[in-house]
Design a protein around this ligand. Sequence first.
Ligand code: SF4
Ligand code: FES
Length: 232
Amino acid sequence: MRVTLRVRRYNPEVARDPWWQDFDLESDPRARVLDLLHQAKWYHDGTLTLRRSCAHAVCGSDTMMINGHNRLACKVLVEDVAPVIVCEPIRGLPVIKDLIVDMEPFFRSLESVKSWLINEEPPPNSERLQSPEERERFDEGTKCILCAACTTSCPIFWANDEYVGPAAIVNAHRFTFDSRDRGAAERLEVLADRTGVFKCRTTFNCTSVCPRDIPVTELIQEMKRAITFGKI
Ligand code: SF4
Ligand code: FES
């Protein structure tokens, strides 16, 4: 099938403002948008710049806006978005070049909420045991691939980049509800702050774009409840 791939280009070394470039391409309908971007870059314009790695919806590095929605380019079939496929960088993070944004603020937010296991107790001789029910409690958050689709589709984040954003809250939830973790109090203190969970206005954009089907809004609500009632 013939498709038009329309890409928002930006290169501060060439022009101050972004511009649009169209590529008229022949594509297998079952190819993915990432294949089209490769075709454009490898055979038409080598200056086109994008970030990707696994090409199998695992690494989270090729998140972009495709026809107005945050998606992984390696997961979207051409036939589902053709004939005009518009690719833009995700919103709310500085664009470095073309489809590549600076992820540094996103990772800083993750760090600020201490999204890692905190436990100073001496480790037992074998594993820190956990029941299947305890493991189940934080299962959804473990599926996150840190693609930033949720955070950069959140209108609160667009308006206020100090808001830690949905992805950071999902990853804080993953450890806060882990029975082996002892860091809930410090994490909840950070998230109770004015840049934390109460900035969320429950618009559900995050949940609707998550490529791993994580119920992001629900996890944010659980964190709000944990702070409000002081209980996890
Ligand atoms: S919660 Fe979903 S959308 Fe957000 S960073 Fe993780 S995988 Fe991506
Ligand atoms: S390239 Fe890894 S998720 Fe798409």
